[in-house]
Design a protein around this ligand. Structure first.
Ligand SMILES: [Zn+2]
Length: 477
């Protein structure tokens, strides 16, 4: 990745001042028209959907919406490079040695987690990856507008500890897999796994002494526990913690901040738009990078809701990734945009509350020791199963689980293959001898009263003496 391009992109995304707002609005409009015209010229799917619409004057609300199922059913026609095909992408991702490589030297690829039922494939071009890094560098950490601090870091690299899963083709891993070689000069990365035993995490963090720690809520809770127990010993270099991929409950945020004495920022993003927001430096909300994406907060009928009101879903338009145009893409997230300016002084819209899709807590008994079992151990296994329309994991007993899986229309699923995928994931986490599971292939999975499928459902109950029954894992790797 070109260092000059990265530096320029970072500078263009430094927190905006009042005098920048007009130029930013013009830049956003230009990006929007470029995206629409590019999609129209290079994507057969959008060309068909855009017929009769004047792409140079239309409002965003004149455009059709896109569901995840439509995107996956028409993926080959949506991708703008005719040489990039779903089949080739799937083959590429089935080989673990390709993790961190660009597909056809040009495209970063990943699977979404499938936490909305069905995994999707996301292809990003190199400029999109560069934009993602630039946004996080420019707005995701406490920096002044002056550019000098970045150069100083060349000589004294900041230490970033990242606690996610083992590297793979999933969104948060993708971000770090493609970490620009040049940036490694001023940022040292330590990658840790949420499945490392706490003592391993502690040992590695004690020796690395990070300035920044990024991870899922559950991982940040684990290290908070280790800090309280006196095993994790940080010597005062820590500047900030960042929550990714999972909703951050306020009570947990406060506990973590009190323990570590630093602010915890909270990032709301997804594979379809990894540069969507950056964490606020004062609150636990996220600031929308509104020159990079449109986020329409709508009700169930796609009508906009006023600021300060929670919608029932969002429509996402990614303005910076031309490889796979994402235009008015429906995401099942309950989001509120603040009606008031943010106390931190940022001029960017504040995404105040993101409600996770509640999931039940799974647990396992490992030789008499009760452990929480993150749902994404199972979810990870399904990443590559793109014929899946909907799924549900049930805990049906001590260490007993059931996967119900329904195929997309016109496709079939193999119970044998699903079993193999799950077994692989369970084995990778050292639970092969602990967990047993059954697979049920079904036509349809019945939603709950809320109309939503509960994808992690514990029909058995909590462990005999649950240490923290309130702990709810709404995970999305
Ligand atoms: Zn703020």
């Amino acid at each position: 990745m070109d260092q000059v391009k990265l530096a320029l992109a970072i500078r263009s995304l430094l927190p905006p001042r009042p005098e920048d707002m007009e130029a930013r609005a013009a830049a956003r409009e230009a990006r929007f028209r470029k995206l629409l015209n590019y999609a129209n010229e290079n994507s057969p799917y959008y060309r068909k959907r855009f017929q009769g619409i004047d792409l140079n004057t239309c409002a965003i609300t004149d455009l059709p919406t896109l569901t995840k199922a439509q995107m996956m059913e028409n993926l080959d026609d949506i991708l703008t490079d005719r040489a990039v095909r779903r089949e080739g992408l799937e083959r590429f991702m089935s080989d673990p040695s390709n993790v961190g490589s660009y597909y056809k030297d040009n495209y970063a690829v990943c699977h979404t987690s499938g936490s909305q039922g069905q995994p999707a494939i996301i292809v990003q071009d190199k400029p999109a990856i560069l934009t993602t890094f630039a946004a996080q560098f420019a707005r995701g950490t406490p920096v002044s507008r002056r550019f000098l601090p970045f150069l100083q870091k060349l000589f004294n690299p900041a230490r970033f500890a990242i606690i996610t899963q083992k590297p793979g083709f999933y969104p948060s891993s993708t971000f770090f897999n493609y970490f620009p070689e040049r940036a490694r000069r001023y940022i040292k990365l330590q990658r840790l796994s949420v499945f490392d035993p706490p003592e391993v995490l502690v040992e590695k963090l004690n020796s690395f002494q990070p300035n920044f720690i990024t991870g899922y809520t559950s991982a940040l809770e684990t290290i908070t526990h280790e800090l309280h127990a006196g095993r994790l010993k940080l010597n005062g270099d820590l500047q900030q913690m960042t929550n990714i991929s999972e909703p951050l409950p306020e009570a947990i945020a406060q506990r973590v901040e009190k323990a570590f004495g630093v602010h915890i920022t909270n990032v709301y993003s997804m594979a379809e738009c990894m540069a969507l927001t950056c964490g606020c430096q004062a609150t636990h909300g996220s600031h929308l990078n509104d020159e990079l994406a449109f986020l329409e907060i709508v009700d169930a009928n796609n009508r906009p809701v006023p600021k300060g009101t929670a919608g029932s879903k969002v429509l996402l338009t990614n303005l910076y990734n031309l490889a796979q145009p994402i235009i008015r893409y429906e995401i099942d997230d309950v989001v509120t945009i603040s009606a008031e300016p943010c106390e931190c002084g940022s001029l960017l819209p504040l995404v105040k509350a993101v409600e996770g899709r509640a999931k039940d807590q799974f647990w396992v008994d490992v030789n008499g020791e009760i452990r929480d079992l993150p749902y994404y151990v199972f979810l990870l296994a399904l990443h590559t199963e793109t014929d899946l329309a909907e799924h549900q994991f049930l805990q049906t007993g001590v260490n007993k689980f059931v996967l119900r899986a329904a195929p997309l229309a016109g496709r079939t699923l193999s119970a044998e293959k699903l079993r193999e995928l799950i077994q692989r994931s369970v084995t990778a986490e050292g639970l092969a001898d602990v967990i047993t599971f059954d697979i049920e292939i079904v036509d349809k999975i019945t939603p709950e009263h809320s109309g939503k499928v509960r994808r992690a459902k514990n029909v058995f109950g909590p462990p005999p003496s649950a240490p923290n029954p309130a702990h709810e894992l709404a995970s999305e790797p």
